[in-house]
Design a protein around this ligand. Structure first.
Ligand code: URA
Length: 442
């Protein structure tokens, strides 16, 4: 039972309810989001409520109500004038995660419209928008009309996330960041899903990354987050599937904006690393299933791989780049994106087999050499990044490179070498390669 029972809505009562482990009513949650957004509730009272939620959790119904209230606090995108079932894809973030750039043209080449809002990188992860903007001329700051026109004409467009989406989430996220309340599953799930619901797609595919390079290091928590978000999507009438992906090492061979774009193009040309191809094929298959193409995941994997083999995925990417003002010549010459002045090896000190990696440190090293942001408006150096020479399970000899640092400032690059070397553990015993997809939750 909720603790409102028709009394006057009041933030102090709401805080006390959550403090005393009672359920908040829909009205109380709506009141909090509306009044906090309007500046009628102070940060100290909002912080107190967030901490009570962090400590005492929320029921499924409360999490859903919070999500919907936050979604309604800003603009709701209307994609209903674009024909077909629109399936959005979201990743909770990882290192070397170029999946969106590969997956979206492949799905569009299968006839499913792709209308995607993406974010920029923050902290130790890079965002799809930054990776695409590494292509000379490429623009994601297009307006909604151009975005929709592109989807109608060529089946694909990607736009930077509007500042007007889920306005309450922006304010609450900034507060969580400074009050020790980021790591609450009800707050993370409602934050992500409020933006997905407001972005207007019919169905949602989530990639919940898990491991040393992910927001969720622990698999149990990643599963709970995935189940919570799938539950919210269902209640909102937007069928949602979550794939839990392994982020105990970077995905693919490159980490860094332009380097990852180059790798995405190579993957669309059929030269992809096994892990990137596996993740894109399986996620793509589930997107096609959500879009009603075919219920069989096996058939859909074949469809996705067929679009790599035929080159139709690459051609769709070329069309997409041209239409968003980018120089599509990079598609024929992706190495032109590899322009950093220095390539510094990080060599192994021992013989053995790579047994684990601190993927987060690899992402942080890219930020340290200029490839990421500490603050939202920081400028970034697209060219810099890390090239992995070895991955978990590979044999290595002392003196052989584990990875290379691509940098424009040699001293900054050299300063990362020891940290990166220590981020790779080497064992005497052979080690198995890691599984890319840990589970699918639906
Ligand atoms: N990403 C979001 O959008 N919100 C969170 O709370 C965490 C990750």
């Amino acid at each position: 039972m909720d603790c409102w029972e028709g009394r006057v809505l009041n933030i102090i009562e709401i805080i006390k309810c959550k403090r005393d482990q009672k359920e908040l009513s829909t009205e109380q949650i709506d009141f909090f989001i509306k009044e906090y957004s309007n500046g009628n509730i102070s940060d100290y009272q909002a912080s107190s409520l967030l901490m009570a939620i962090y400590l005492n959790g929320m029921s499924e119904r409360e999490i859903y109500d919070l999500t919907i209230a936050m979604a309604r606090s800003g603009e709701i995108v209307d994609l209903s004038d674009i024909p077909g079932i629109k399936v959005d894809k979201h990743s909770t973030g990882g290192i070397g995660d170029k999946v969106t750039m590969v997956l979206m043209p492949l799905v569009a080449a299968c006839g499913v419209p792709v209308a995607k809002m993406s974010g920029r990188g923050l902290g130790y992860t890079q965002g799809t928008i930054d990776k695409l903007e590494a292509i000379p001329g490429f623009r994601t700051n297009i307006d909604m009309d151009e975005f929709k026109r592109n989807v109608r004409r060529i089946g694909i467009s990607i736009i930077g996330q509007s500042d007007r989406i889920a306005l309450a989430d922006k304010k609450i996220y900034a507060l969580r960041d400074v009050t020790g309340t980021v790591e609450s599953i009800p707050l993370i799930a409602s934050s992500i899903m409020s933006k997905k619901i407001a972005a207007g797609s019919d169905k949602i595919l989530l990639e919940v990354t898990c491991g040393s390079g992910a927001f969720m290091e622990n698999e149990i928590r990643a599963r709970v987050l995935a189940q919570t978000m799938v539950g919210i999507g269902k209640r909102a009438g937007k069928e949602t599937i979550a794939a839990i992906t392994n982020m105990n090492q970077p995905l693919g061979k490159y980490v860094g904006n332009a380097l990852e774009t180059m790798e995405a193009i190579e993957t669309l040309k059929g030269n992809g690393e096994r892990d990137v191809v596996t993740v894109c094929s399986i996620l793509g298959a589930h997107m096609l299933r959500l879009a009603g193409v075919d219920d069989s995941v096996v058939n859909n994997i074949k469809r996705i791989q067929g679009k790599i083999d035929s080159g139709e995925g690459l051609e769709k990417f070329r069309e997409f780049v041209s239409r968003q003002w980018g120089d599509s010549r990079v598609i024929d010459n992706p190495e032109s994106l590899m322009t950093a002045k220095f390539k510094i090896p990080v060599n192994a000190l021992d013989n053995g087999f790579v047994s684990s990696m601190e993927a987060k440190n690899i992402g942080q090293a890219v930020v340290n050499i200029g490839g990421g942001r500490q603050k939202k408006d920081d400028a970034i150096d697209y060219a810099v990044g890390i090239e992995l020479a070895k991955k978990i399970g590979d044999e290595v000899k002392a003196g052989e490179p584990l990875m290379y640092i691509h940098t424009n400032k040699e001293t900054d690059g050299l300063m990362q070498v020891e940290m990166l070397r220590k981020s790779v553990q080497i064992s005497n015993e052979p080690v198995e390669k890691i599984k890319e997809i840990l589970d699918i939750i639906e």
